[in-house]
Design a protein around this ligand. Structure first.
Ligand code: TRP
Length: 343
């Protein structure tokens, strides 16, 4: 019995959304609605693996859900909800905590980066984070997950958990009437060329909500003035724009601005350089600022409208959670049965 093509992805409500989240993730979720059943989650339980002010957590949860919709996800076609409203995520993650091995978890580079020197003081949840992520994905038997490169290792772990579960419980899975595996081996979906939006101040650092300088990051809720100012002050090098992509090598700031332009205009880097190659930044930056404002303002305006209507947002999230549960609950019943829990 083949698995239904189903996509799951999630974003953590742990900071203001920025251009990197939009171009690298949210915007890429939209076309998958045409080919897959799509489930897009606001992973609030992942957010609290590090301290979150409860009021901020709530605000960011609404903000991400609003951004999903403003970017073109249709809450009728896609299931849009926040993770904590479907308790089965927590239940399955516990079972996965008992499937995953300490050694697998200890190899996770994101944990090592986040914990740093401080590994005795971080939460147990931060260590178990990838197990909850595997539960998010496999609770729906998702076959594909669109994520950036930084999440590849977590997806490999998700596949390892699925394989070990399928193997350890082979007999019970057969007894339940499944001829093959219970969980699919989920693929990492790439939806076009890798898009990593870098800081406007340092082209070697990822654009991030935790950057010390506000000028390095374009936030989705920034107004036109803020967007223009940040782009016009972005760090560049003394050379102008090259006529070919090879001329961007070892010029991370230049490459980043051109890549942002290409992504916003839905053009290739070559097409952008065909237009601007040989010109200076004094010509390119105002064009990029105009383009960014044109593309991002309607999204920001719709986000503002939606977050201002909590009644509407609550309805959308509750409806999403209900539809998520319609898939999750029967799966969870089977999983409890497979594991041997008495009901
Ligand atoms: N760990 C992901 C990130 O930091 C967020 C996430 C949680 C996720 N659960 C997921 C992404 C399930 C894809 C699928 O970006």
């Amino acid at each position: 019995m083949p698995f239904t093509p189903r996509v799951f992805s999630g974003i953590k409500p742990s900071g203001d959304l920025h251009l990197g989240n939009y171009l690298g993730a949210i915007r890429r979720f939209v076309p998958l609605q045409d080919t897959h059943q799509t489930i897009y989650c606001v992973v609030d339980m992942h957010a609290i693996t590090v301290w979150q002010e409860p009021e901020d957590l709530r605000r960011w949860t609404y903000e991400i859900a609003a951004a999903y919709i403003a970017a073109g996800l249709d809450p009728k076609r896609s299931i849009i909800f926040n993770q904590s409203q479907v308790v089965e995520h927590a239940e399955l993650s516990w079972i996965f905590n008992c499937v995953a091995r300490m050694g697998w978890m200890a190899r996770m580079t994101q944990f090592k980066d986040k914990a740093g020197e401080n590994s005795e003081q971080v939460s147990l949840g931060l260590f178990a984070y990838p197990s909850l992520m595997a539960a998010d994905i496999l609770l729906y038997k998702s076959t594909g997950v669109p994520v950036g490169d930084d999440q590849r290792q977590h997806l490999e772990l998700t596949r390892d958990i699925a394989k070990k579960f399928n193997h350890d419980f082979r007999k019970q899975i057969r007894d339940l009437g499944f001829e093959e595996d219970y969980f699919p081996i989920t693929e990492t979906l790439s939806t076009g060329p890798a898009m990593r939006v870098m800081s406007l101040r340092d082209g070697k650092k990822k654009m991030s909500k935790s950057d010390a300088s506000d000028m390095s990051t374009i936030y989705m809720m920034d107004d036109a003035d803020a967007i223009s100012k940040k782009i016009k002050k972005a760090t560049t090098d003394p050379e102008g724009l090259p006529t070919e992509a090879a001329g961007l090598e070892n010029r991370p700031e230049a490459a980043n601005l051109v890549a942002i332009y290409a992504a916003l205009a839905d053009k290739s880097v070559d097409a952008v350089l065909a237009e601007f190659g040989g010109h200076g930044w004094g010509k390119f930056k105002p064009a990029l600022a105009d383009l960014a404002v044109t593309v991002l303002s309607p999204v920001a305006n719709e986000m503002k409208r939606l977050v201002g209507d909590r009644g509407e947002m609550d309805r959308i999230l509750r409806d999403g959670a209900e539809r998520a549960r319609a898939i999750a609950v029967p799966h969870m019943e089977e999983i409890r049965n497979i594991v041997g829990f008495v009901r």
